[in-house]
Design a protein. Structure first.
Lengths: 185, 279
């Protein structure tokens, strides 16, 4: 079923909408939640919360693309849940992602005034638009979906070491870009 | 900015980047957005140029279908995997019917509009081309409100039409009937649409729920599966309005190709539930 038909089901308030959403995008939703929460049951509950949020958002919204919409919701819910429930559980897969991000994202010590999250997002979006498809795929899978490097490599049919190297270079490139724009000192 | 806040900030990444990263498909997605928009326009133009309006006659004859079906053992397990992790799958048992299709490299995507619907469904009769049609909103229990049709008061699914692609079911994939029990399965070939047809009546016994004063009841539906082996598309028509009316709906469908071709890799799951969401 295509996304517009699924959205039609939400507009019709048919509970089949949830089933169809889950069939079409459930894998991506669960994986996103699982990457962040590192717990299958938590991820499943988070996915269900995301579906409820989608149910409450459509209508009036008619998101396009639907996959990005639901993945963004589940990511936000997973982050909130992680903060709420597992503040002491450091050292998981997400921690590695955050460690890497520290290499290129400004911290309070690096900038004179704290960068607004929205502004940072815009800069990163602009940076992504300059990348090749593969590089953009690696970056978004790692820093939006918090995928393990081995999973990204498997999805792209490439060696893990190559993906790690590409991610390292992308971090360096973004850091230089942000420095050039005066956002990092 | 704390690193968790930085991670939050990336929640605002552009929809296009997130959507293209859902699955690895460089050949389709590597183009810049302007190019993607251009290709979409071309597909729509192709679809408009290639309208296929196919009328069906009422004649049908028995034939060996390209579709296959079997009643699985109740213990037979169907594993639907969405990732390689330990929890990345669901297992189903007690399926009532398995419908399979020959491996199909490419399925032509189609859409349809109804040339005939029962008069109670007049509000659904439009010129729109669709990939799906449902009449559940005409039921009192389907949120029908003032559109509810008294004749459908006791129904939950008067009519539903869905379009599928055979290429989804390669490598052992199948359509599964989970809850309803099929009765005699009739196989035909309809020349005019060049479709193999499988049709059957189904029943499901629902136990009483005394807590909400719901008595035991039997739900019935009829199912029609139309498969065009040359183009690789499938149309499923089901509902409670009776087989005769479902056949008439099927025979009056107008069908056209969108110009898009779907392959195995376009689908995340290679199983579908014929009665998904109903049981």
């Amino acid at each position: 079923m295509d996304d517009s038909a699924i959205i039609d089901l939400f507009f019709e308030r048919s509970e089949q909408a949830i089933d169809e959403l889950d069939k079409k995008h459930g894998a991506a939703v669960r994986k996103t939640a699982g990457n962040i929460l590192q717990d299958r049951q938590d991820a499943e509950e988070c996915a269900n919360d995301a579906y409820l949020a989608v149910w409450n958002s459509i209508p009036p919204q008619r998101p396009n693309p639907l996959a990005a919409f639901v993945c963004r919701i589940v990511r936000n819910l997973a982050i909130s849940r992680l903060r709420r429930e597992t503040a002491q559980k450091r050292g998981g897969g997400l921690d590695l992602v955050l460690d890497e991000m520290e290499e290129f994202l400004p911290s309070a010590q690096d900038v004179e005034a704290e960068l607004e999250a929205r502004e940072l997002t815009e800069r990163v979006n602009r940076f992504l638009s300059t990348l090749s498809y593969d590089d953009r795929f690696f970056f978004v899978r790692r820093y939006f979906f918090a995928d393990a490097v081995k999973d990204i490599a498997a999805a792209a049919g490439q060696k893990e070491s190559r993906v790690s190297l590409r991610l390292f270079r992308l971090r360096e490139k973004l850091k230089k870009t942000l420095e050039k724009e005066g956002l990092l000192v | 900015m704390k690193r968790e806040e930085a991670f939050d900030a990336l929640s605002g990444l552009d929809d296009t980047f997130i959507a293209e990263a859902i699955r690895y498909a460089p050949a389709e997605s590597a183009r810049p957005p302007e190019r993607i928009a251009h290709v979409k326009k071309r597909i729509i133009t192709l679809a408009l140029a290639a309208v296929l309006i196919l009328a069906l006659s009422v004649t049908a004859y028995a034939a060996i279908s390209a579709m296959s079906h079997r009643i699985p053992d109740p213990e037979e397990t169907f594993r639907i995997t969405w990732n390689d992790g330990p929890g990345g799958y669901i297992e189903w048992t007690d399926a009532k019917l398995v419908v399979t299709f020959p491996d199909t490299a490419e399925s032509k995507e189609i859409e349809f509009r109804s040339g005939w619907l029962p008069e109670e469904m007049a509000s659904l009769q439009t010129d729109d081309w669709r990939g799906r049609l449902t009449a559940e909103k005409l039921c009192r229990n389907g949120g029908g409100g003032n559109k509810a049709v008294p004749a459908y008061d006791d129904m939950v699914n008067p009519l539903q039409i869905n379009v599928y692609s055979a290429s989804q079911f390669n490598n052992g994939g199948a359509m599964l009937l989970l809850y309803y029990t099929p009765e005699e399965i009739i196989e035909e070939h309809w020349d005019e649409l060049n479709v193999d047809v499988m049709r059957f009546h189904t029943t499901q016994l629902r136990e009483a729920i005394p807590e909400i004063d719901l008595p035991e009841r039997t739900l019935v539906q009829d199912q029609l599966i139309l498969f065009n082996p040359e183009a690789g598309w499938i149309i499923r028509i089901c509902g409670e309005i009776g087989m005769d009316q479902l056949i008439k709906v099927a025979q009056n469908l107008e069908i056209r190709e969108t110009g898009r071709v779907l392959t195995y890799d376009d689908f995340e799951s290679h199983y579908l539930f014929i009665d998904g969401g109903v049981g």
